[in-house]
Structures are given as structure tokens and as C-alpha cells.
Design a protein around this ligand. Structure first.
Ligand SMILES: Nc1ncnc2c1ncn2[C@@H]1O[C@H](COP(=O)(O)OP(=O)(O)OP(=O)(O)O)[C@@H](O)[C@H]1O
Ligand SMILES: [Mg+2]
Length: 467
């Protein structure tokens, strides 16, 4: 259980949120939502102790353990896979290390004997003897084969590392589990494995995600960060969305009587509860819905960026022709015999179980990677723009946003650059902030502004998680 009291966080003059009071209780999964830059990642970082609150405090129940999904895929490169998972339980790991060091001593004293038996007792309390088999079972459930459990992390592919880091976060059923956009780098199969896992999780889960389907299938509650506040609502994402839409409609019908509004909402709740599929969610939702306060549901204040691509030149009819294309990586065939044609006005979504296959296809089409076989040709009139999935190299800088964007164009003055940033919802003081501190979604918006500057006529966007 986590209790957040009177929390406020601000950076410089910018207040992310204030007067936040929340209680996260076991058996529930809280989906944290809010516009890009609202402060979702910052809230999780404050809870895990990485960010110091400006005001207020955060408390975890005594003796509880907190676990965070790590985002850095290279952090454990020199550590064996199984050990990476077990180390996720830091107290258990510390006991194992101290125990091993004691037993390895040549001059094992009486004192060492006493300490060793203390450690053994704690170890047994934590069911330490099952640690290896539990970790192995988690890994196998996530599709990491046994022969890979003892190799170093650096030997694994990116996609496998992500799954090991997930196993590490889940290992030992932490009392409080924090996941920031866990589905981003996962393939569809692993996402549905995680959905099943979290739906029956007995402890407290906080998850940030832009994936509505995922939120719907795992969440019992939503935490909406909006109006510089964070509020908990019962129900999954669809329920929150529908009720905030309803609140918006009701707001525009000011003269409608309070009882009528109430009746409308209650009818909506009844309909929604009847449709709810997961029984755990349904019962918990029912309980809370009984005491729901209609006045509490507010319409969302989200704004949406204006993404307008203009073209220097109208494209011809054929955009792209791909014939018998094949690619492989580390001995795995990613795809072969891929043949398709894209014509003018087509909008195509690419799906793959293996994110490596998707990245490879786009990198080949962008000329960055060489295919194993087959060929492709872009239409003669095509000027492409590419939005890469990994944009970290673009933000490793001291520039503010205006200077950042000016790198990608010559003809525009400051006012025009600010107008592009404005379309991406950065205005006033926000345009002076450093590009390096942007949230994930804000970075993506800057990359889109950069792409808009190109006036290309075929937007090739590799966006695996359009946050
Ligand atoms: N060290 C910092 N200095 C100044 N501003 C910061 C700093 N760290 C974060 N911010 C700003 O705080 C805001 C919240 O960032 P955060 O990463 O929490 O957003 P988020 O809700 O997770 O967004 P996204 O959906 O894009 O991931 C952003 O506008 C970001 O630029
Ligand atoms: Mg974030």
C-alpha cells in the first residue's frame, strides 16, 4: 500500500501537480494517464524515490517491498540472465551474497557461524531456496529458454532483454510494482502474457501506458493527471473515457437539472458494469460505483497537437514496390518473400510479433540496412521522411526547443519556428526549455515537428508506440 499526502512537484516555475492525495491499495491495478508531459513518469519516479517532491510526502506500508521496471537495456550487460532476475529482490540478493562470502572464508569463526545462521533464517523466511526455480519459471513463461538462463545479458537480443527486465521487476511478487510504459518494447504475445499476469496480481500495481486496450484489460482504477491534480477514478480506461465524455456533454447542457444528470450517469454506469468482462474488476468496480460522486467526474482538458504535413510536390500513383524482400538477424530469419505495393492515398499499418523484424524492414526501406534478398523501389516522385523509433541521439544536447528545431531548417525565423512548436503544444516559456528534459511523448512531438518541416510527400513513420 502506498499513501501519497499533499504532494506537489514543480520544475522551475512549472507546477506539474499539487495538493495530491492518493491511496494505492493491494489487489488493485492503477492505470496512470494524462497528456504528454503531465507528469506520469515523474509521479512514478517520486514514488520510487528517484525524484524529490517539492512538497508533501509518500509513504509505503512498513516492511513492504517496491519494484520498478528498469528502462535501461544495457544496465546488466555483464550479469548472467538468471542472476539479473534474482537481483531484482535486493534484500534477498544481499543475504545470498553475504552468505556465500561467509562460507567461502578460510578462517570461519564462531561469530561467522552465528551470523550465518541468522542469514539462513532470514533466507528461509523469504523462501530463498525457491528463488532460482521461481526466477527460472518466470523466464521460461516469458519465452526465455533454459539454455539462456546462465549466459550474460549482453548475449541476448534487445527483445529478450526487455523480457528479462520484466521478469526482474515481477520476481518475488513485490508488494508494490511500478511499470512505466511496459508494453512499448514488447511483442504482442508478451503483452498478452503480461495482461494475464497482472489481472490476477494480488498486490499493488501502478502502470503508465498509452495503450488503451492494455489499460482496459488490467486496470481496476485510473489515475488521471489533469488540471495540475491527480485523481483516482474507479474502473478501467473505457469507463473513465466514457464518463469524462459524458461529463463534457453534460457541461454544455448547463440548464439540465442535477437529477437528470445523475440519472443519465447511473444508467451509463449500470450499462457499463453489465458489459464488464473480468469478474475481479466487475466486483471491485461495483463496490466503488455505489459511492461514486457524479460531481467528481470532470471533462478532460487534453489538447491535441495539430499535425499537418504539407508537400512540396504531389506524389505519383506508385509510392513503393517491394519484391521478395528478406532479412535476418543473429541467425534468425526476420522475414522473407515479402512482396507488396503501396499506392497513392494508401495508409498502411505494419504488424509483427517480433519488433526486430519491423525495425529491420523500415531501416532497409530507409537505406540504413542491407536486405538479404529481394528488392524495393520508391516511386520516382517520392521524397521520404522518417520518424525513427529510437530518437535518443537527437536529444543529447543543451539546446532549448527553438534552437533544437532550427537545426533542421535554414529558412525559418524564430517566430515561424515557434509557430511549429505551438502546433505541437509548446508555447510561451515551454519553448525555452531544454530538449534534454522532455518527456517521451514530448520528444516524439518534437520529432514530428521536425518531420513537418521537411514537406515530404510520403511520411514513412516507424512508430511502434505512438505515445
Ligand atoms: N529535470 C527537469 N527539469 C525541467 N523540467 C523537467 C525535468 N524533468 C521533467 N521535466 C518536465 O516535466 C514534465 C513532466 O515530465 P514526465 O516525464 O513526467 O511526463 P509524462 O507524463 O511521463 O509524459 P509522457 O506521456 O510524454 O511520457 C515534462 O514537461 C518535462 O519536460
Ligand atoms: Mg512518461
Amino acid at each position: 500500500m502506498i499513501t501519497v499526502s499533499n504532494l506537489a512537484i514543480q520544475f522551475g516555475k512549472r507546477v506539474l501537480f499539487q495538493d495530491v492525495n492518493l491511496k494505492f491499495t493491494p489487489g488493485n491495478c492503477y492505470g496512470i494517464i494524462g497528456a504528454n508531459g503531465a507528469g506520469k513518469s515523474t509521479l512514478l519516479r517520486a514514488i520510487s524515490g528517484e525524484v524529490q517532491p517539492t512538497k508533501g510526502h509518500i509513504q509505503m506500508e512498513k516492511g513492504e517491498r517496491l519494484s520498478v521496471l528498469k528502462q535501461n537495456h544495457f544496465e546488466f550487460d555483464e550479469v548472467p540472465v538468471l542472476q539479473t532476475v534474482i537481483m531484482g529482490h535486493s534484500t534477498l540478493w544481499a543475504i545470498m551474497e553475504e552468505k556465500d562470502a561467509l562460507y567461502a572464508k578460510a578462517d570461519f569463526s564462531d561469530e561467522d557461524g552465528i551470523r550465518a545462521s541468522e542469514l539462513e533464517e532470514k533466507f528461509a523466511e523469504m523462501e530463498g531456496w525457491n528463488a532460482e526455480s521461481d526466477a527460472a519459471a518466470l523466464l521460461s513463461g516469458l519465452g526465455i529458454k533454459e539454455e539462456q538462463h546462465h549466459v550474460l545479458m549482453k548475449e541476448l537480443s534487445g527483445n529478450q532483454k526487455v523480457r528479462v527486465l520484466l521478469a526482474r521487476a515481477l520476481f518475488g511478487n513485490p508488494d508494490n510494482l511500478l511499470l512505466d510504459e511496459p508494453t512499448n518494447d514488447l511483442d504482442l504475445e508478451t503483452i498478452s502474457w503480461l495482461e494475464d499476469y497482472l489481472s490476477t496480481y494480488e498486490n499493488t500495481v501502478l502502470v503508465v501506458s498509452h495503450d488503451r486496450h492494455f489499460l482496459d484489460s488490467v486496470c481496476t482504477h485510473m489515475v488521471d493527471i489533469d488540471y495540475n491534480k491527480a485523481e483516482i477514478y474507479t474502473g478501467n480506461y473505457s469507463f473513465w473515457y466514457e464518463s469524462s465524455q459524458l461529463a463534457l456533454r453534460q457541461q454544455s447542457q448547463q440548464n439540465k437539472k442535477a437529477e437528470e444528470k445523475r440519472a443519465e450517469l447511473l444508467e451509463f454506469i449500470a450499462r457499463f458494469s453489465a458489459n464488464a468482462s473480468k469478474s475481479k474488476q466487475a466486483t471491485s468496480r461495483k463496490k466503488m460505483l455505489e459511492k461514486i460522486n457524479i460531481e467528481e467526474i470532470k471533462p478532460s482538458s487534453r489538447r491535441y497537437p495539430g499535425i499537418i504535413f504539407t508537400m512540396d510536390r504531389e506524389p505519383g500513383n506508385i509510392i513503393l514496390e517491394v519484391n521478395d524482400l528478406a532479412a535476418s538477424m543473429e541467425g534468425d530469419v526476420l522475414f522473407k518473400d515479402v512482396t507488396f505495393t503501396i499506392e497513392k492515398n494508401d495508409k498502411v499499418a505494419f504488424l509483427s510479433k517480433d519488433p526486430r523484424a519491423m525495425t529491420a524492414l523500415f531501416e532497409i526501406l530507409d537505406g540504413k540496412l542491407k536486405q538479404d534478398a529481394g528488392k524495393f523501389s520508391w516511386g520516382t516522385t517520392i521524397t521520404p521522411a522518417y520518424l525513427p523509433l529510437d530518437n535518443s541521439e537527437f536529444f543529447n544536447t543543451d539546446y532549448n526547443l527553438v534552437d533544437w528545431l532550427s537545426q533542421f531548417t535554414t529558412g525559418l525565423n524564430e517566430v515561424e519556428l515557434k509557430s511549429y512548436l505551438g502546433k505541437m503544444l509548446f508555447s510561451g516559456e515551454e519553448t525555452q526549455k531544454k530538449a534534454s528534459v522532455l518527456s517521451g511523448g514530448e520528444k516524439m512531438r518534437c520529432m514530428i515537428a521536425r518531420m513537418m518541416l521537411k514537406n515530404a510527400n510520403c511520411q514513412r513513420c516507424l512508430v511502434l508506440h505512438p505515445a
